[in-house]
Each structure stands twice: as C-alpha cells, then as structure tokens.
Design a protein around this ligand. Structure first.
Ligand code: GLA
Ligand code: ZN
Length: 682
C-alpha cells in the first residue's frame, strides 16, 4: 500500500511560490496585473501573503480595510494558485505602539524600545495578545474557508526576549508553578548558597541580564525555557481563533537556521507543519560543508513533525544581510531547491516574489527584479524549477526513512554554552554537523531528534556532547541500548542534570556509567594550536580541543591516547549492555576518526545507503538521498562541488524522472543533480 504524508493535506502537491507583498504596490495596480501574468509564467502555484501587512489591514485602530487581500486571494486563486495566509504579528502598526507602549519590548537594561523594525513585540503583553487575537479572528472568518487558503503562516521568524515588568512577572509565575511555590526548592535546584545568592521569595527573582544576575546557571536555563514557553503560549493565542473557525487548515510558522534562542522541539508541538527559511552561504569556501550543514537543518525540520516539511523561504539569487552577498551561480539556483525536496520538503518557496523599491530589503534577491520582466537569469531559473517540480510532483508526501538519528538538544546547548570551563566555545552544533557529515557523504538518510523522540525505531543513535542529560534521558538511553540499540556517544556525556547541577558519583551519570562501562575522571582541554593523538589498530589520528581521561570499567578499549600523561589510556570504547552496544568516544577528532567509525558501524548495522558508496564516502561534494511512499523509491543524486563528476553508480537500474531514460549510473556537471525513480514494488 502507498503511504503518503503530505506536508499539506489541503494541497497534495509540491508547492512552488513564496512571500508576496502586494500591499507595497497598492498605488500601482498595473504591477498586480503583471504579477499574475508572471506567476503563471514562473510555474508558481502558491503565494504567501499578509506577512507584515497589519498597517494595510488595520490602518487605524478598529478601522479595517481588507480590499487588497480580498483581491489578491481571489486573483491568485483564479490564476490557478493557492495561498498561505500569514497572521501579521511579526510587525505592528505605529498607532498601536503609540497608544499601547506595552506592546514594545524592553531590553536587558530595562529600556523600552521605540517603535522600529520588526519581530520585537512583548510576548506577554495582554494588549498585544488581544490585538493579535482580534485581527487573526477577522482574517480567519474572512478567509479561513476560502478554497485558495491551504495553510496559515503564523507570524514570522519568532525570536528574542523581553524584560518588561509583565514578562518579569510572568517569569516569576512560571517559576512558582515549576517549583510548586516553594522557594527552598528553587534555591536547592539553583545551588544559590554559592556567593550568598539565596532567594527569600519568588518576588526577588529577576530575569538574568547584563545588569543583573547571570551567575546562577539554573536560573539562566529556566529563563531560556521560559522564553520558549512564553513564545509557545503566544503562538497558541495566535492559533486559537484559527482552529476554532477553520480547524482543517494547517498552521505553521517559519523557523530559522541554527537559531539558538528557542527550543524548536517545543514549537513543533503546537504546529501542524514544520517550515523553515533556508539561506546557506553558497560559494563561500568549502561548498560541501555549506551543503551538508544546510542538509542537517532540512533533516531537523523534517524530523520535527516526522513527515514532509516546507522550505518556506529561500532566496532565488542573493540575500542582503551577510558580509558579502553573492548571487547563486547558475545551477546552484536549482540544486539548492532540489536539496530541500531530497530531504523531505514538499515545497520550494522564495523570499521574495517581487523586490521592494525601498527600505532595507530593496536589494534582496527576488523572483521579479526591479527591471520588472521575465527576461532575467533568475526568473528563468525559477521558471525551470517550476517545470521540474511539475515533472516530479508524485514525490509530494513521500517520507524520508532513516535508520540513524543524531540527538540534538537545545537545553543541552544552553547549559553547555553557559558552563565556564573547558573551552569558551564548545562548538556543540558544529560537532553534531561533524557526525552528520559522515552519513551525508555516504548517502545515509539521517533524522535529527530531540530528547523526547522515540528511539526504538533507530538502529543507531549518535549523541554528541550530551552534557545535560536529564534523568529521564538517562533512562531512555539505557532502555534503548538494553533493548538492542546501538548508541554512539562522546565526551561530556551525562555531566549535569536538568537543573544544571553536576551529577555526583562519577561521569557519565547514573546508569550510563554501566551502559558504557567507563568512568570519565577528568577532561583535558587543548589550546587551538595543540593537537593530541589517538591510536587505533596501529593507526594514529590527530585529536583537537578535548581529551577525556577515562577508565574502562568493563568496556572493550578500541583506541588509546598516544600522547600526554594519559598516553595508553582508553580513548574509544565499546560495551555490550543488554541486547545492545554502547560506544564512547572520549575525545574530539578532526573528523577522520569518526568518519572511519561510522563507515564500520554503518556496515556492521547494515544501514541503508541511497547509492553504493566507497569506504571513504562519495566524491567531494556528492551525496544522495531517498524518499519513498513505501513502494516506489525516489533517489536524488546531488553534486555541490565546483567540478563535474562522472560515473556515479546507482546500484540498480532506475528511471531518470527528467529525461525518462533508464540508467544504472549517472554523471553530473558542476552543481548538477538527477532524480530517479525505482520500479514499483507492487
Ligand atoms: C527572513 C524573513 C524575511 C526576510 C528574509 C531575508 O527569513 O522571514 O522576511 O527578511 O529573512 O533573507
Ligand atoms: Zn515583555
């Protein structure tokens, strides 16, 4: 039986479109006419409208004007397109800030911001929440059941913190609930006897800030948790009227690349669809790294809802906010879009449809440039992408199935970054990228999971630097290995609990010491110019940054240190626990060591590769991924390198979906890709 999980069940197709701001062109209706012609020409089937349109929709308090949106939604629909409708809360009208200053954020020094920019509302303000609820209700009533509207785009790129009195009070309430009104409990959790920082009551608590308390790690962690919880609560307030009025229309919000401010696993819980804005820095050095790091985030957002996601934004050419802003080279325009589809996106969407004339984003890439015609390189590439999506539309809704997962956890990142020892920059995310790279190079599909995930479906779980390991996570990892799973963890595992208090009794904490059969006694931190050495099977590997001094307590020692006072001591171990196996890598390597370990492990565990790959992985810049509906397998082969690659074996005869040819191998030009389809298994 075919199994599909469309990102958007309302529109079971691959989506091609992007952010469209007709409100910027209200005075020039001829531009709207042209937009309709050009959208069709560009093979776009979707437009995301209403983001930042609040002052057009409600020019004065309580005085609404929906005419531009009425017309846009109808016209896009008549033109064969669909709409993702935004709630406008990402920016608010001037009148609102003037009349209700509480909607504006307060910074860590207690200064209230002036009306400016965007993404800067107070997320507690009852007035702002009420205003958002009102406008969302009106939008949902007016358009929620319009046949064009296939999804809600809630606000835009949530992020940031507010330190106003309302937020401070909400934080205190959050803590009161968490610590059951018992300040003693909080003091114990925060270890406040240190430096005499004991709290007498919840009323004394302030958010950590540059003027205030920053030395209590438990407080810092709870503040970050609160910021996520308050943002999620704000989102719930946004979604409530929508769910009441048009419950079958899915909601999403566009998230960002490597954004550390919000625990996206929590945001995922209140969204129907995961979506994100993908802006990798192409053509800037190590292109393979750029591609693979971006792939990590595609994998994360797919895993977030365990089904296809949307690439809500990407630039058709350049962005305007990096140090150097380079247009995508011919080929990369298409390849970067195909990358999203290969990892499980059901859409290629752009920021933005038409370049604005003024303000800060006037030179940001767009499908329609200031010249205003279709006769541009960028427009033609978008048009071609639309054709390709049309040819491969049957891939919409296909899942990516992964047998391996990397555990990536925000709370762990926050705690790790806060810890004042070892190196200042712990490089947690980069470390996770490193393990992902070994899989990417071998065409092995990979999920990026949080600590709440069900581990039982994975043959291999990789847990880099899991410094904050709650008791629940310790239990989960223990159960996973006992039941037959393979766990590959690294240095810094199991050091602090959910309150950021160090575990007593030896690292890694609790059962983990038994699961891995090791004890981690000390950590040596290396200077950037220093390297260490690890020896495995007579071969020496360089190490960087961290070497833990561990003792085998039942584990088999697979590699030992070659240098320093801990030369000869274990550096890499394995241990059978229950029906499973636990590997511990006590040091940070340059990538070479873990690459070889994952080559061996993936063979031992029989992890499926999308195409055959040699022991060292595919050629530089080349990768492959698969999606499937359970019967047909769709194979994507991608070349991110600046050079062509020849003769990539597919491992079976497959049909090239763009040319119709049957092939067993392919050659790809620079930035080339090919999409194949297997025979139906039925
Ligand atoms: C973000 C925002 C957009 C736009 C783009 C520019 O993703 O959501 O509104 O500012 O960046 O790259
Ligand atoms: Zn506030």
């Amino acid at each position: 039986m075919k199994m599909k999980h469309y990102a958007n069940e309302q529109f079971p197709h691959l989506i091609h479109g992007g952010d469209y701001n007709p409100e910027q062109w209200i005075d020039t209706p001829s531009v709207w006419d042209e937009d309709m012609r050009l959208m069709k020409l560009a093979n776009c089937n979707e437009m995301t409208v209403g983001i930042f349109a609040w002052s057009a929709l409600e020019p004065q308090e309580g005085k609404y004007d929906f005419s531009f949106l009425d017309e846009t939604i109808d016209r896009v629909y008549q033109n064969g397109g669909r709409i993702m409708l935004a709630t406008p809360s990402g920016a608010r009208p001037h009148w609102m800030a003037d009349k209700y200053p509480e909607v504006l954020r307060v910074d860590g020094k207690g200064q209230r911001m002036h009306f400016s920019a965007r993404h800067n509302h107070c997320f507690t303000s009852p007035v702002y929440r009420e205003k958002v609820r009102e406008i969302n209700t009106l939008l949902a009533k007016r358009y929620g059941n319009h046949p064009a509207v296939i999804a809600w785009h809630i606000s835009n790129e949530y992020g940031g913190e507010c330190y106003c009195p309302l937020c401070q009070n909400a934080f205190r309430d959050f803590l009161r609930r968490k610590y059951e009104g018992d300040i003693g409990k909080l003091n114990r959790a925060y270890w406040t006897s240190f430096w005499s920082h004991t709290y007498d009551s919840f009323d004394q608590i302030e958010a950590p800030s540059e003027l205030g308390e920053r030395s209590i790690h438990g407080l810092n962690l709870d503040w970050k948790r609160f910021v996520t919880a308050q943002t999620v609560d704000f989102i719930k307030n946004e979604i409530a009227p929508i769910k009441e009025i048009c419950p079958s229309v899915p909601v999403t919000t566009n998230m960002m690349y490597a954004f550390d401010g919000l625990n996206y696993n929590k945001l995922g819980e209140v969204l129907d669809i995961a979506s994100w804005d993908s802006y990798p820095e192409w053509h800037s050095g190590d292109q393979e790294k750029t591609a693979q790091n971006n792939a990590f985030w595609h994998d994360f957002f797919r895993t977030l809802k365990g089904r296809p996601f949307l690439m809500m934004e990407s630039t058709p050419s350049l962005v305007n906010w990096k140090e150097i802003n380079k247009p995508k080279r011919p080929g990369m325009d298409l390849l970067a879009s195909v990358q999203a589809i290969a990892h499980g996106s059901d859409s290629v969407q752009y920021f933005q449809w038409r370049k604005s004339r003024g303000s800060v984003e006037k030179f940001h890439g767009a499908v329609v440039d200031h010249v205003g015609t279709e006769h541009t390189r960028v427009f033609q590439a978008v048009k071609r992408m639309g054709e390709i999506l049309g040819q491969i539309d049957e891939i919409a809704g296909c899942d990516v199935s992964a047998e391996v997962a990397i555990l990536y956890d925000w709370e762990n990142m926050w705690a790790l970054d806060d810890s004042q020892a070892f190196a200042k920059n712990k490089k947690y995310t980069e470390t996770c990228y490193g393990y992902h790279k070994a899989l990417w190079k071998r065409g092995i599909n990979c999920d990026i999971i949080g600590t709440d995930a069900d581990l039982s479906k994975y043959k291999l779980v990789i847990a880099p630097m899991l410094y904050l390991t709650s008791e629940a996570t310790i239990d989960k990892l223990t159960t996973y290995v006992a039941a037959g799973g393979t766990l590959y963890a690294t240095y810094m595992l199991g050091m602090v609990d959910e309150n950021d208090l160090c575990y007593l009794g030896g690292f890694p904490a609790g059962n983990l010491r038994e699961v891995f059969g090791i004890w981690n006694e000390e950590i040596d931190t290396l200077f950037p110019e220093e390297t260490g050495e690890v020896v495995m099977g007579g071969k020496t590997y360089p190490t960087v940054d961290y070497s833990e001094i561990i003792h085998a307590e039942g584990a088999t020692v697979l590699a030992t240190y070659g240098k320093e006072f801990y030369a000869g001591m274990p550096a890499f171990t394995s241990h059978v626990y229950g029906k499973g196996k636990a590997y511990y890598q006590a040091f940070r390597d340059t990538g070479l060591f873990q690459d070889e370990v994952l080559e061996t492990l993936s063979n031992q565990l029989g992890l499926q590769r999308s195409i055959p790959s040699p022991a060292g992985g595919l050629p530089y810049g080349v990768t492959a991924h698969t999606r499937t509906d359970g019967q047909t397998v769709y194979l994507f082969v991608e070349n991110y390198s600046d050079n062509p690659v020849g003769n990539i074996e597919l491992g079976a005869e497959m049909t090239d979906m763009l040319t119709g040819e049957r092939r067993t191998a392919c050659s790809l030009p620079r930035y080339g890709f090919a999409i194949f389809k297997s025979q139906d298994k039925s």
